[in-house]
Write a protein that binds this ligand. Structure first.
Ligand code: NOJ
Length: 574
């Protein structure tokens, strides 16, 4: 592999959080915007979002008021799984631009006060990665095959897979290869698509290669990494059968990972403690955020111990329905469990893998199982979902810790549930009939018809997924400057969050409140009230309303499914 050349990088910017919290690391209280690059903005008119498109919207992101961007994988890839099948970790896919474009983008983000988090994919490569091509061309037992999980098959002629593990995307987790002489040969492991062979993290070559990849991007000024499938890197080398647990593997959502032979094994922590040491060699509080779907917050806390990763997505919160007892329970468990290891919480409502929360919350019962693709239990009420999504925005932006905003959350986008089957792109669709495409539809920026400014006027191709005509009413341009819009709600809340030392990192104290009302105080002088009950509730007397997700009633009460931020101590007036 070619050595990375260190380049001059601009230092990452300081955030409001650092100013407000006496120099605490920025990631403890950052608001981070997830850029699903292929759906953000298309600069060259081929119907797919790219770096040029992102670059042209940095003003929008800076004005939104976020501290950092997390950009989904942009590396060279055959795109069998939207770029999570990486052929070269040190280059940018031509669909998105060039390495020079990425370097310019990082510098431009820093100039706009935005840090940049890259997405690192260590569990698997692409089958087009040089290492995997070399493994296929090499014999069983070779050094080239030892970087992956190659095994002989079972059965008299090796015709059965080595064990009963299942792919997360449906079907068996093993594919048989042809040896050089054309005969059926060994099998290789892929916990995702067959185009995503799993790396063998027992192999020191794999460890060294990822050290070099991390350094390649750290040298280019990357401020952090989101770690894809962080809970999957360590496998039980005995590769034992799952037996009765095999069925669980394909369940959309999270299988039970306790005591599992390939999920959340303790050996992953050695890898990440080592990664922490690598990142700590660099100036400027570089950070990691783990994508770790694990059973129980106590298992998640292990990833964010003080000598390991700084943060991990809190999927327990994402999975909770819009109901007060469940939300309060998750918030308390999170604060207690992550607080015990000194880590901040990281709140997330949506991402490119789950149905958008506006649609999940559009079920009358708060949408319990919808995050894992379960069907609706009653009619879908998108107006209700929007009210709740706006309230959820104020809730998450007020909670102690960091927060992720998935692109389009700030526009009030819903899950697109009527994409025609012949337009589906997600590889899970063919095997399982489930799709993640509904949360990945290109953003509506402006105009009255698709592509809604996603692509330039002279584009040669349609957006890679079809946009709903109804998005004409919620384009960014339409919402900008309208104080009742979801975009302006986010901008206002992020502006307040930046300037208010009570917000971001810290703690909360619950207030006494009526049933199904979440009310908490954060010092100095801040209160958040979220009304999940069916009737309006009174707000505390004598406090100043900073922002609300819905107009108050004529009596000044907070509507059902609405949230308000209050200043508890009015500043002394002249
Ligand atoms: C999690 C990513 O978020 C998802 O999009 C991808 O398909 C899998 N990991 C496999 O890399």
């Amino acid at each position: 592999m070619e050595e990375s050349s260190a380049v001059e990088v601009e230092p990452a910017p300081g955030t409001g959080h650092e100013r407000a919290h006496g120099g605490a690391p920025w990631w403890r209280g950052a608001s981070i915007y997830q850029v699903y690059l292929r759906s953000f903005a298309d600069g060259n008119g081929d119907g797919v979002g790219d770096i040029a498109g992102l670059r042209s919207h940095l003003e929008y992101l800076a004005a939104l008021g976020v501290d950092a961007l997390w950009i989904n994988p942009w590396y060279r890839s055959p795109m069998a799984d939207g770029g999570y099948d990486v052929a070269d970790y040190r280059d940018i896919d031509p669909l998105f631009g060039t390495l020079a474009d990425a370097e310019d983008l990082i510098a431009a983000c820093h100039e706009h006060g935005l840090r940049v988090i890259a997405d690192i994919v260590p569990n698997h490569t692409s089958d087009q990665h040089e290492w995997f091509k070399a493994a296929l061309a090499s014999p069983p037992g070779s050094r080239e095959r030892a970087r992956f999980w190659f095994r002989p098959g079972r059965g008299a002629h090796g015709e059965l897979p080595p064990n009963d593990w299942r792919s997360r995307f449906g079907g068996q987790a093993w594919t048989r290869v042809k040896e050089a002489d054309g005969s059926p040969g060994e099998w290789y492991l892929h916990l995702f698509t067959p185009e995503q062979p799993d790396l063998n993290w027992e192999n020191p070559e794999v460890v060294a290669e990822f050290d070099a990849i991390l350094r390649f991007w750290l040298d280019r000024g990357i401020d952090g990494f989101r770690i894809d499938v962080a809970h999957g890197l360590a496998k039980d080398p005995a590769l034992p059968d799952l037996g009765a647990r095999a069925d669980d593997s394909e369940k959309f959502g999270r299988p039970d990972t306790l005591g599992h032979p390939h999920w959340d094994r303790d050996a992953v922590h050695d890898i990440f403690q080592h990664w922490r040491r690598v990142a700590d060699e660099y100036p400027g509080d570089r950070m990691f955020v783990a994508e770790a779907w694990v059973t129980g917050l106590d298992r998640l806390a292990l990833y964010v111990r003080s000598n390991e990763l700084q943060t991990a997505f809190n999927f327990e919160f994402l999975m909770a329905p819009w109901r007060a007892p469940e939300l309060r329970g998750v918030i308390d468990d999170t604060m207690r469990t992550l607080g015990a290891v000194g880590a901040p919480a990281t709140w997330v409502l949506s991402n490119h893998d789950v149905p958008r929360h506006l649609t999940r919350y559009a079920a009358a019962d708060g949408g319990g199982g919808r995050w894992r693709g379960e069907p609706l239990t009653g009619p879908e009420d998108l107006a209700l979902g929007l009210r709740r999504a706006r309230a959820a925005a104020l809730l998450t932006l007020a909670l102690p810790g960091g927060v992720y905003i998935y692109q389009g959350d700030e526009l009030g986008l819903w899950e697109v549930e009527d994409i025609p089957a012949d337009r589906m792109q997600d590889p899970t669709f063919a095997n399982t009939g489930r799709t993640r495409d509904g949360s990945r539809v290109p953003l509506p920026w402006s105009g009255d018809a698709p592509p809604f400014g996603f692509s330039p006027a002279d584009a040669t191709a349609e957006p890679w997924l079809p946009q709903p005509a109804a998005w004409r009413d919620i384009t960014a341009a339409r919402q900008q400057g309208d104080p009742t819009s979801t975009l302006e709600l986010y901008r206002m809340a992020l502006r307040i969050r930046h300037g208010n030392p009570a917000l971001g990192d810290g703690t909360l104290v619950w207030d006494d409140a009526p049933a199904d009302v979440l009310s908490f105080t954060r010092e100095p002088g801040f209160r958040c009230v979220v009304n999940l009950s069916a009737a309006p509730v009174a707000l505390p007397v004598g406090e100043e309303l900073l922002v609300a997700s819905a107009p108050l009633t004529a009596d000044g009460e907070l509507e059902s499914d609405a949230a308000a931020w209050l200043a508890t101590k009015l500043p002394a007036r002249e």
